[in-house]
Write a protein that binds this ligand. Sequence first.
Ligand code: SF4
Length: 379
Amino acid sequence: MVKYLNIKVKLSIDYSTFRIYCNNNPNSRKVVNIIDLKQSTLAETEHFVSKAGENPYRARQIRQWIFHRGVCDFGSMTDLSKSLRDRLAHIASVTCLKQIGKTESADGTIKLAFELSDSAIIESVWIPEEKRKTLCISTQAGCKMGCRFCLTGKSGFIRNLSAAEIVDQVICARKSVPGGRVTNLVLMGMGEPLDNYENTFKALKVITEPDAGLVGARKITLSTAGVVPGIMKIADDFPRVKLAVSINAPNDDLRNELMPINRKYPLARLQNALKTFPAPKGKRITLEYVMLKGVNDSENNAIELSEFAAKDFPAKINLIPFNPCPGAPFDRPDRPEIEKFRDILVNRGHNVFIRESRGNDILAACGQLSRSIGGRDTA
Ligand code: SF4
């Protein structure tokens, strides 16, 4: 839902291009969403506040409430004057996703479901490890890419998320998970982030803005199915973000079958794009390879994958045994087969890891997110 500012003429001229958004608040007026400003940097929020006739230093306080404390109701921002709170309530809003589900796995992984203003449902997954607390967020409701092994792809595409909806998954998760910590972020949930480039880029700007205190760029990994123009653009726009590419098939015939995007951007083009991705010391591109029994797990496939990964870009390979999901026509290979595949790659000089996905029992693992609440499909 996009509306436009409806306040005094002085402001409406300057802010007429800002998107208006106020989730789950049917009584709200047409207002500016603070998280969804053009860039939503501190400087831009200061500009907004001063345009509203207030001292710009108030911007820092407002952002503290939003980003650090997860408060989206101006009335609760008690260190602001009553008059400023009232004024903000008339001219501004903050996205506030409505959490409608929370499911915890036996391994501690937590899946959160959010309902958007148009009733679309998205999911985020929090994965706790000893040192890291990683949040996997969505960038679209559904997905257009249609990867055959992925439940999200099977559910179809609903719409792109706004930048504010992407950012708010982080803010809401911090309020909902034990200890409130999110140290790392992966854009690997529902949707293809590079198919929603503008909003993904804007969300990354907001998330990495130092005063927001959310997650630093070096702790963020963006995962793509291989949208070549997007890879080249993000390499320029956000070189500090890490890149993961979902490969899953080491030759074009098989990849065309498993991942329709390969018909548009075949492996050779993808390989060339990866060569352009900046690789500062110690930074490697992750090649994700979902292993499907009898489909992409042969010795020959391992050699083909090795040849793809041996080109001019530093890479590590993550082998992900397929996570069964309802109706999927695939199975996971047996452990000895997976290890044999890994050993071929290791013997050819690659860094290889076998990654068991977390949260399998709550359908929170890779490729299992859908429009579901607590594992119940609501589509
Ligand atoms: S694997 Fe990723 S890109 Fe492919 S359909 Fe699923 S969500 Fe979309």
